[in-house]
Ligand binder design. Structure first.
Ligand code: SF4
Length: 195
């Protein structure tokens, strides 16, 4: 189940959820109208953390919550993730890595690092260090180089999962992702067979 929080100052040019960028008071709707949105629009609604947990419990059978946005880490999610977990939901947060990540200990963190975007925000080392998974958007070879640089310059968990995501599933980007992944596997095999 996706909980999409409103607000994002990062400014990625390819963003497919631009309707989440602004939190304009004139676009506030009643919460009841939000889950049944069938088309993208800039309406958002406010709800308390406990009412949100209750709403998900009462209306859906899924028990895995992905909190995304917008940029969800603009908000302190510690209480919300703990409350979901108290009702046996598992939680995952998807973030750009440009804000400190404040969540429960068990929450799975996916960082999709956004570097040099229009909003001018820098990556936050704490976010990279908290990541269980780094999901890197790839369009050209430069993006693969940026990922290597990022993995060298930031401290990450020793078991962090690194996933390459072809931007818009374009054919060229997908082929590049395949080649890079196979090369990494090849390099590791080479390394391990030469111990
Ligand atoms: S961080 Fe996510 S929501 Fe924000 S602009 Fe980038 S892609 Fe869009």
């Amino acid at each position: 189940m996706f909980v999409r929080l409103q607000g994002c100052p990062v400014g990625c040019p390819w963003c497919d959820t631009k309707h989440t960028w602004e939190v304009k008071p004139e676009q506030e709707a009643t919460f009841a109208d939000i889950p049944i949105k069938s088309v993208e629009n800039e309406k958002w609604g406010a709800i308390t953390e406990s009412d949100l947990v209750k709403f998900c419990l009462d209306n859906y059978s899924a028990r895995h919550i992905v909190i995304t946005g917008g940029e969800p880490c603009m908000y302190d999610l510690t209480n919300l993730t703990r409350m979901f977990q108290a009702y046996e939901f598992t939680c995952q947060v998807e973030t750009s890595g440009t804000y400190e990540v404040l969540v429960s200990e068990q929450t799975w963190i996916t960082v999709s690092p956004k570097v040099n975007m229009k909003g001018g925000l820098a990556l936050v080392p704490q976010a990279l260090g908290r990541a269980n998974e780094i999901k890197h958007p790839v369009g050209t070879h430069k993006d693969i180089d940026n990922l290597h640089e990022l993995l060298v310059n930031y401290e990450t968990k020793s078991d962090v999962v690194v996933a390459l995501q072809p931007i818009s599933q374009k054919e060229r980007a997908t082929a590049l992702v395949w080649r890079s992944a196979l090369k990494t596997i090849g390099d590791s095999l080479y390394k391990y067979t030469n111990i």
